[in-house]
Design a protein around this ligand. Structure first.
Ligand code: SF4
Ligand code: SF4
Length: 410
């Protein structure tokens, strides 16, 4: 008998209407029902019922899911697909034997390097050396594609424990630095803090914080994700804060779900709910505060990070901010909310589908005629920057929204 790993009532909420199919990137690419949300829910339920084993064939279709949650936005029945997926992946990782390559990639690189900023910095040293010696072009296919995702310029930076508001302070907000953000996009964290300071907030960045746990939650390691959640809750709850700000959509979608993640832990359930209630994405916090940026004159478009628009339902606020700064030069992007193929570590575990979606996204950006594409997640930035480079579209810049908004004064 297969142990119950899914909340069956959540799976039964799917009435098989198929309205989610046309918003699912993998279904759009393969046309295979098993690569659609509806098909995957069938597979999950069949594994739970013991009708299917945790074998290569069903696992392949679950692995190919981006976890982008576009199906949740489209679903009229409110199916919580993200939770079903995380529970299924947790079950798969406990009962499925992966190839040596996938085991090393998932267990030793993704889970033991990326969540630790100093390990990521060390792992990036050879990349710098290869680039300096101009030997990166000699690497074999997979290694070269991994290397192409690393930005040319790495900006490692840690924020001070507290930065004071510019002018009269409205209060204190907490700030989550993010593992990848502080190693590769330290300047974007600086821009985010600067925007908050300009808006009248003291920015508190507790030293004790750590990885948000998103990589673990999305990769089928729920217990490790819970450990991350407990560490972050303890790090922030000692200071009275108006909000806890995050500028990376992928991390934000996990932080707002700590309440769900720890709901069965009596010692932490209420603390987790209180923490999640305070988490705000940078854009919704600035938009709520009435920030009105001005001053750009480039043609600009906006790519919706899946974990902001689908997982957190935030799509109007970033547009309002970008449009305010761009004036009449804002253009909507075709398929703006279709995943770019980054999806956390998906572009490493499923490089072929990731590249198909990257090409599709980059073509839409080029067709928009934009000179700047703005987004809100480090993974999307890396994926789009590398896709633009591959396509030879050097005239288009991909930038994080914090950097785009901060530069309003030059
Ligand atoms: S999460 Fe994304 S890729 Fe996965 S089934 Fe839903 S829409 Fe498709
Ligand atoms: S997930 Fe929602 S939209 Fe998709 S088939 Fe099920 S009920 Fe319909």
């Amino acid at each position: 008998m297969t142990p119950a790993f899914l909340d069956e009532s959540k799976a039964l909420a799917c009435v098989h209407c198929g309205l989610c199919l046309s918003s699912c990137p993998t279904y759009l690419e393969t046309g295979n029902e098993n690569d659609s949300p509806r098909g995957r829910i069938y597979l999950m339920r069949a594994i739970q019922a013991g009708k299917l084993g945790v074998d290569a064939e069903p696992v392949k279709h679950v692995d190919l899911c981006l976890g982008c949650r576009a199906c949740e936005t489209a679903c009229p029945s409110g199916v919580q697909y993200g939770t079903l997926l995380e529970e299924t992946r947790d079950h798969i990782e406990k009962h499925h034997k992966r190839s040596v390559f996938q085991t090393v990639l998932r267990r030793w690189i993704i889970e033991r390097v990326f969540p630790f900023p100093w390990r990521t910095s060390v792992a990036l040293l050879p990349v710098r050396v290869l680039r300096f010696l101009r030997l990166d072009g000699l690497l074999p296919g997979f290694a070269r594609s991994m290397l192409e995702l690393v930005p040319q310029r790495l900006a490692k930076r840690k924020l001070e424990a507290k930065r004071l508001a510019k002018g009269e302070a409205k209060g204190d907000v907490g700030f989550i630095e993010g593992c990848v953000m502080q190693v590769m996009f330290g300047e974007t964290n600086e821009s985010s803090a600067e925007l908050l300071q300009r808006d009248g907030w003291n920015v508190v960045t507790p030293r004790e914080q750590g990885c948000c746990g998103a990589l673990y939650a999305h990769g089928g390691q729920l217990e490790k994700a819970r450990e991350c959640a407990r560490k972050n809750i303890a790090a922030f709850e000692g200071t009275p804060l108006e909000a806890i700000i995050i500028n990376a959509a992928g991390c934000g979608s996990t932080l707002v779900e700590y309440g769900e993640l720890l709901k069965d832990d009596p010692a932490w359930a209420d603390r987790a709910k209180a923490f999640s209630a305070k988490v705000k994405d940078l854009v919704s916090w600035l938009d709520e505060g009435g920030v009105k940026p001005t001053g750009d004159c480039s043609r600009v478009t906006y790519h919706d990070a899946c974990h902001l628009c689908h997982a957190q339902g935030i799509s109007t606020e970033p547009r309002r901010l970008v449009q305010a700064r761009a004036g009449g030069e804002f253009v909507e992007l075709t398929e703006s909310d279709l995943c770019c193929g980054s999806a956390g570590s998906y572009n490493l575990t499923e490089p072929e589908m990731a590249e198909r979606l990257q090409t599709r996204k980059v073509q839409n950006i080029i067709d928009s005629g934009a000179e700047v594409v703005v987004t809100t997640n480090p993974g999307c930035l890396l994926q789009i920057q590398s896709g633009l480079k591959k396509a030879g579209a050097d005239h288009v810049r991909a930038v994080h929204i914090a950097d785009y908004l901060k530069d309003e004064k030059g």
